[in-house]
Design a binder for this molecule. Structure first.
Ligand code: ATP
Ligand code: MG
Length: 221
């Protein structure tokens, strides 16, 4: 069975599809067989992006498919090492099905209290339905101010949920990359790529731990 990583949240535009696409790219570059599942049937951001990526003949094409349920998606995923699930920007019973089916769950959020409050409530809700805390990770995205990021990390510390190392600043270069079928790790600006790669490295480290476990290779790291 593949490792399942989902990106969820109840707010639109926080960076779910951004992270789902970037994780898919770095895992593909790391020679994992990756499927990007787009559960946002209405927008299909990730599917459209992968079509653009293919038309631009990117070195590492990403296999993205739209599905109306995680169950259908996983029924067709046995040939993959990693399934990355991109979800719509609202909560539904399907969101909780996705969470139950996931080995790792990433919740992107901005750093204002308006963003952190709902994400914290969702984390508690996920914990209440039985999702182990060590599967839940917050990714700080669209950062405008380093001070606010520090404050957000402190806030999350007090909740006991884990914020991933690294973060994504708000930059035009990231949007431009998406328009060209690239991920936030593949912009035209080295500094932006490095910043995105730091966040992706912290995700990939956790993904690889699960992949090794799924393949029966145990590691203490
Ligand atoms: N760090 C960033 N800097 C600049 N633009 C960004 C950044 N992150 C995301 N964007 C842009 O913001 C828009 C929304 O991002 P994204 O599609 O990742 O959000 P989402 O959470 O998937 O939204 P939805 O809930 O509508 O699916 C996109 O145009 C994306 O390119
Ligand atoms: Mg999206």
């Amino acid at each position: 069975m593949p490792v399942v990583l989902s990106v969820i949240g109840q707010k639109g535009g926080v960076g779910k599809s951004t992270l789902a696409r970037a994780i898919s790219v770095v895992a593909t570059q790391g020679d994992l067989r990756v499927r990007l599942v787009d559960l946002d049937i209405g927008q299909q951001t990730s599917v459209r992006w992968s079509t653009t990526r293919a038309s631009m003949r990117a070195k590492h094409p990403v296999d993205a498919q739209a599905f109306s349920s995680v169950r259908d998606a996983l029924a067709q995923a046995e040939d993959f090492d990693l399934v990355v699930v991109d979800t719509p920007g609202h909560l539904s019973p399907e969101t909780f099905e996705v969470a139950r089916a996931s080995d790792l769950i990433i919740l992107p959020t901005g750093t204002s209290s308006d963003d952190l409050h709902p994400v914290t409530l969702l984390l508690y809700e996920l914990e209440q339905i039985g999702i182990p805390k060590d599967r839940l990770f917050v990714a700080l995205c669209r950062i405008l101010d380093p001070k606010e990021e520090r404050w957000a990390r402190h806030y999350l510390d007090t909740t006991g949920f884990e914020a991933l190392e690294g973060s994504l600043p708000e930059r035009l270069g990231y949007r431009r990359a998406h328009n060209r079928g690239k991920s936030v790790t593949e912009t035209n600006e080295l500094a932006l790529n490095e910043r995105a790669n730091q966040l992706m490295a912290s995700v990939l480290k956790r993904v690889l731990r699960h992949v090794r476990r799924a393949n029966g290779v145990y590691s203490s790291r």
